[in-house]
Design a protein around this ligand. Structure first.
Ligand code: ZN
Length: 152
């Protein structure tokens, strides 16, 4: 990854941490999942509204470190309008990207702003921060569970 992109990605994370998108309580959500990362103390409630198999709205609220908050914010923007199959696809892809199993250059066109978190692969302790909101939304669309933890 070249330096120009690293700067752009840093900007995206700073911006979403400072002004998180879709950071609000949702009225009448179809699913609510509490996501916890006990290692860092990140704790978010993720709300999902479904229209058939499509995520028509997704929002979050709670508190945590800069990476977890920025990731939740970028994720909600990214997933709005996606199908449940796509949520699952990108949940897996994002996980592979932030754990370094997938080179961001190989999925660049597909992941858009999610690529901002590719650098997390260099900081393994931060992987759970970056994936927390994703675990919560994955739990929301695939199960009846009300909680998701990075430790299970
Ligand atoms: Zn964290």
């Amino acid at each position: 990854m070249n330096e120009e992109f690293q700067d752009l990605y840093r900007e995206i994370i700073l911006d979403h941490n400072k002004s998180p998108r879709n950071c609000r309580t949702m009225e009448n959500p179809d699913r609510v999942v509490q996501g916890k990362n006990p290692l860092c103390g990140d704790n978010y409630k993720v709300y999902v509204k479904l229209d058939g198999d499509t995520v028509s709205d997704v929002s979050f609220e709670g508190s945590g470190c800069a990476i977890s908050k920025a990731s939740a914010s970028v994720m909600t923007e990214f997933l709005k309008g996606k199908s449940i199959d796509e949520v699952e696809k990108f949940f897996n892809l994002f996980h592979e990207m932030v754990t370094g199993k997938l080179d961001v250059d190989d999925c660049f066109d597909e992941v858009g702003k999610l690529a901002a978190f590719a650098g997390v692969a260099e900081f393994p302790v931060r992987v759970k921060c970056a994936t927390l909101a994703w675990h919560a939304v994955h739990t929301a669309v695939t199960s009846e569970e009300a909680e998701a933890s990075t430790e299970s």
